[in-house]
Each structure stands twice: as structure tokens, then as C-alpha cells.
Ligand binder design. Structure first.
Ligand SMILES: Nc1ncnc2c1ncn2[C@@H]1O[C@H](COP(=O)(O)OP(=O)(O)OP(=O)(O)O)[C@@H](O)[C@H]1O
Ligand SMILES: [Mg+2]
Length: 259
């Protein structure tokens, strides 16, 4: 099935024909009219949004709305397959790249399954990331931002709590000198006290000027952290605005987030 077939069948149908922004400085990050497929399944259906440098954007929506698929598309994973659209990060065309090239251009994805190497210690996990990209943060700098990891530097990944593993997964990505941090459900399964600790870490990351897109089922927590919010529904953007607007709008939350 082609994109045209979908369009003819009315499946893409973003309400407004996409208009590419013209003139002015391009946004630091821009996803423009993304269409992506898993095999024949048309999942990302014309998603578009911008993120300013240093901003935190909450990417929200119900289960199956297409949040993870959108993050994977931005990180240029093979699946879903991008068939149309442009992705720009700091003037670099991510849509023309493979995932390893996007990573080199500063995209750091922390997937839902928290990629750490369980048999290695905290320190070894961080060192491995640094070997991959020596320009990244020094390990001492990471420990300054993640005191809990500093205390556990000789502990094996597998023996750490869920929250500590999440911190290590984020720290491993930061060890690579990134411009855009993509987080998929970083608070999943974590106690509120650990969620607060990760929130403080992410605020610190923002202070350093790193741009973040956070996908989170705990929408209220994500909205309190974020500057802006984009809500997806069935692979399309249905809201793009200030995070506070979503917090203030119970009807919108009920309709698209069921909270
Ligand atoms: N590998 C895949 N192959 C086929 N379809 C998939 C695949 N992964 C996801 N999908 C489908 O794509 C749609 C969007 O899934 P996605 O994981 O992006 O949603 P999500 O918003 O992240 O949901 P959740 O909140 O449950 O994590 C769903 O209908 C899902 O079934
Ligand atoms: Mg998901």
C-alpha cells in the first residue's frame, strides 16, 4: 500500500494541508509532515511539530496513539519506516540519515526498556558510552548530575533498582554529547520519590541547554516538567500548545488523555 492509496482512502487526512514554514529562523528541531509505516500498517500520519532549543516538550496521547512510533521515527530507527516528511535538528536533515548517523548528529533516545548492560558496573556502562563517542560528558560530570550513580559506581547494572537503572540509561545517553534527548516513559513503574529525583535531573539537563522530548503516561508529571505539549491521537497531532494550557483544560485532557 502506498501513501497515495492512504490519502485516497482518506486515511492520512490531517485537517489542514501541511504548509512548510517559510522565512524566519527555522526551529531548532522540526518534524514536518511525518508519515511512517510498520510494514503495511500506516501509523504516523502527518505528524508535525517544532521544538525550540532548550525546551522540554511533552508528547502525549492514549495507548496506541503513536508516541513511541514518533520517537522511533525521529531517531531514524528502521521501523517504523519513514516514507514522507522532513526532520531537522540544528540545521541537519535527520530524514536523510540512518539511526547511527542521527545519533552522531546529537539524537539520544532512551527507549522504554532502559538500555543498560546488566552485567557491567555503573562505571563500566558509562565508559562504554564514552568509547562510542569520546566528545561526550566526562564521567565525573555525569556523577555530579547523578549523585545516586556516583554512590553506586561499582555496582552491577542488574542489581540496581528500576529508578537507578532509568538514571543510568539517561546518563549513558548524556555521556554521548547530545543535542536532543528523547525519553520514552521514563517514569514507568517508579515510585513518586524517584520520579521527583528524575525530574530534578531533567531540569538540570534543561539548564545545560539540551532540548528534550518526553513521552509519558504520567501526563500530569510530564506537563509540570514541560514547557510545551503536543497531543497525538491515531497518529495525528490534535493539540500543540503550552503545557499549562493542557493542565488548565479538563475537557481536552478527558478527551485525549482520559485523565
Ligand atoms: N512493530 C510494530 N508493528 C506493527 N504495528 C505496530 C508496531 N509497533 C507499534 N505498532 C502499532 O502502532 C500503533 C502506535 O503504537 P505506539 O507504540 O507508537 O503507540 P504509543 O502511543 O507509544 O502507545 P503506548 O502508550 O501504549 O506506549 C499501535 O496501533 C500499535 O499497535
Ligand atoms: Mg509507547
Amino acid at each position: 500500500m502506498t501513501l497515495l492509496d492512504d490519502k485516497l482512502a482518506g486515511r492520512s487526512a490531517p485537517g489542514v494541508a501541511p504548509v512548510k514554514p517559510q522565512g524566519g529562523a527555522p526551529a531548532f528541531f522540526s518534524a514536518w509532515d511525518l508519515h511512517a509505516y510498520y510494514g503495511e500498517s500506516y501509523i504516523v500520519q502527518g505528524v508535525r511539530f517544532d521544538v525550540r532549543e532548550g525546551e522540554i516538550l511533552a508528547l502525549l496521547g492514549r495507548n496506541g496513539a503513536g508516541k513511541t512510533s514518533t520517537l522511533r521515527t525521529i531517531a531514524r530507527m528502521d521501523n517504523p519506516r519513514l516514507t514522507h516528511g522532513e526532520i531537522w535538528l540544528d540545521h541537519q536533515p535527520l530524514h536523510e540519515m540512518k539511526s547511527f548517523q542521527a545519533a552522531r548528529c546529537g539524537v539520544g533516545l532512551v527507549p522504554e526498556d532502559r538500555r543498560i548492560i546488566p552485567g557491567l558496573t555503573v562505571q563500566e556502562n558509562l565508559e562504554l558510552s564514552q568509547i562510542a563517542e569520546p566528545k561526550g560528558w566526562s564521567i565525573e560530570r555525569i556523577y555530579d548530575h547523578f549523585p545516586r550513580l556516583a554512590e553506586r559506581r561499582n555496582q552491577e547494572g542488574i542489581t540496581m533498582s528500576g529508578g537507578e537503572q532509568q538514571m543510568l540509561a539517561i546518563a549513558r545517553v548524556l555521556a554521548r554529547d547530545i543535542k536532543l534527548l528523547l525519553l520514552d516513559e521514563p517514569y514507568e513503574g517508579l515510585a513518586p520519590v524517584i520520579v521527583h529525583e528524575i525530574e530534578r535531573i531533567l531540569e538540570g539537563v534543561k539548564e545545560l541547554g539540551i532540548t528534550t522530548i518526553i513521552v509519558e503516561q504520567n501526563a500530569i508529571a510530564a506537563l509540570h516538567l514541560a514547557d510545551r505539549a503536543v497531543i497525538l491521537d491515531m497518529g495525528e497531532v490534535v493539540f500543540d500548545g503550552a503545557a499549562q494550557e493542557v493542565l488548565d483544560n479538563a475537557e481536552l485532557r478527558q478527551e485525549y488523555l482520559a485523565i
